[in-house]
Design a protein around this ligand. Structure first.
Ligand code: ZN
Length: 506
């Protein structure tokens, strides 16, 4: 006889349905798995036999062939264990199963426990797209999968439990939600800008950055609070909608980054890779494609601390994905696509010793060292970072416990309203994403403003190269003020963020 059980196979952020066909023939006892299975699936043979025996079942004494259909596409993952084991058990004279047509996924331990798997959410979404509405999943994946609307989730603890449920020996118990656990993200979300004392100008700069989706570079001595400021940025961006949370949770699921404390991604992410990160770690890659840091930062912040220490070639590779807002990885002639619409936030010391321009400490660098450090801050990626701001140590007076200043909820309200104005005016794109043609259309200067701007250019010795960056920021500042027309005060503010030269030439 032949049994068929539905499951899925991952590819990029998507998954496609797979049918596990199991058949038994007379012959020497053996278990063969065919259908372009990779090593993790081949190894399933070594897990499935003990899992079946240790669950109190007998293993069939004939020749068993398992085919993963469609056979033409490569498959990977330990989640095939459970459907294959169930298929084998069903061979032993079962009637029609009440759960025929359900989707099934799960890894087996040797003692028959069902263990959580990577990519459960995208696989559930892939199965749902093909009309499967009931899915049996490991207990550890139930919460993650339950965010798919219009799907019934049945968690199972071990193989015996799964077999009894699949064959109707016990009534299936549908998962109703234990309350999503997202403790890690919630802890971070509780951090407030009200605790960042005496940095109102920098808080203003990050508000402008978040409002218009502008990249921002913060330069300042060690210990002035750059990381503290960057880490709070996701909190001032508008709430993530359902689609956004679903996509992010898929990305984290595929990356194997969901756990007990973090089952659903509902908060905008903050991802801070180390300077030694590899190309695959940053952009994604691998024989079986996995998302990189840029995709884990999707809809949130990619924070590059010690920006000058990153490999310049690696940083250059960020340009294309920033433009496309997705990464395409080609393997076996197929494209795996991972979204990566993130905001870039960079931070750096002003020089090697860290104290150039710091009134409290003397810089011990030679002019040569200062020049060579500064040279790292040039190039095409820097051109994509619109806002450059100097972060100074908070002055003594502002440290006397007077928190005050803007709070995260206040900044978030400003950002949300300014973004609404941009969407109404220019469709789905924010000011930081405007093309040169759109800039001409949406960032018109009156005659007085044009005169002010050209005088500022002359007196500050600015190049036309920075014009396109400044005009975007001016537009965002006007939007934050709720002004339809750009005024000279908006231009004056934007000129403070005019670029790296202004910061280094102090
Ligand atoms: Zn120095």
């Amino acid at each position: 006889m032949l049994t068929k059980i539905k499951t899925a196979s991952l590819w990029g952020i998507d998954a496609e349905p797979v049918t596990v066909e199991t058949d038994a023939h007379p012959g020497l006892p053996s278990l063969n798995i065919v259908g372009l299975a990779d090593m993790t699936i081949k190894e399933a043979r070594d897990r499935i036999r003990p899992a079946i025996m240790n669950s109190g079942f007998s293993f069939p004494g004939n020749r068993i062939t398992v085919n993963l259909s469609p056979a033409a596409r490569r498959k990977e993952g330990s989640h095939f264990d459970l459907p294959v084991a169930l298929g084998i058990l069903l061979l032993q004279g079962q009637d029609e199963s009440p759960a025929a047509g359900w989707g099934v996924m799960g890894e087996l331990s040797l003692d028959g426990q069902v263990l959580p798997v990577r990519g459960a959410l995208p696989m559930a979404i892939g199965m749902r797209k093909c009309g499967i509405k009931k899915i049996m999943v490991p207990e550890g994946n139930a919460e993650e999968v339950s965010i798919v609307e219009d799907i019934d989730v049945y968690p199972v603890s071990d193989l015996k439990n799964a077999f009894n449920m699949y064959t109707g020996r016990v009534a299936p118990v549908r998962y109703t939600g234990a309350g999503a656990r997202d403790e890690e993200d919630r802890e971070r979300a509780a951090e407030d800008y009200a605790d960042v004392i005496g940095q109102e100008n920098v808080k203003r700069a990050v508000t402008v950055a978040a409002a218009g989706a502008h990249g921002i570079l913060m330069i300042g001595s060690p210990g002035v609070g750059k990381t503290m400021i960057a880490g709070r940025m996701p909190g001032i961006m508008p709430d993530l909608d359902y689609e956004g949370a679903l996509t992010l949770t898929q990305i984290y699921s595929i990356a194997g980054k969901l756990n007990e404390k973090r089952q659903i991604i509902r908060e905008r992410p903050f991802v801070a890779p180390h300077t030694t990160i590899t190309k695959a770690g940053l952009l994604g890659g691998g024989a079986r494609p996995r998302p990189g840091a840029v995709s884990l930062a999707h809809e949130g912040i990619l924070f590059l601390d010690e920006f000058g220490e990153f490999d310049a070639k690696l940083l250059d590779m960020l340009r294309q994905p920033m433009e496309d807002r997705k990464i395409v990885i080609t393997r076996d002639g197929r494209n795996a696509v991972f979204p990566c619409s993130f905001m870039l936030v960079a931070a750096s010391n002003p020089c090697k010793c860290g104290y150039l321009g710091d009134p409290r400490h003397e810089c011990t660098c030679t002019q040569g060292q200062i020049d060579s450090y500064r040279n790292r801050f040039s190039g095409p990626l820097l051109d994509r970072i619109d806002i450059h701001v100097r972060v100074e140590a908070a002055s003594e007076g502002s440290l006397d416990g007077k928190a005050g200043g803007l709070s995260t909820p206040e900044m978030k309200k400003m950002v949300t309203e300014a973004r609404k104005i941009q969407y109404e005016r220019q469709g789905s794109c924010l000011n930081g994403e405007l093309t040169p043609a759109q800039l001409k259309r949406y960032c018109v200067l009156g005659s007085e403003e044009s005169r002010f701007m050209s005088e500022a250019y002359k007196s500050l010795g600015l190049s036309m190269r920075v014009f396109n960056k400044i005009i975007k920021i001016i537009r965002t500042i006007a939007d934050l003020a709720g002004e339809k027309y750009i005024k000279t005060c908006h231009i004056a503010e934007a000129l403070q963020y005019r670029g790296i030269d202004g910061i280094f030439n102090r």
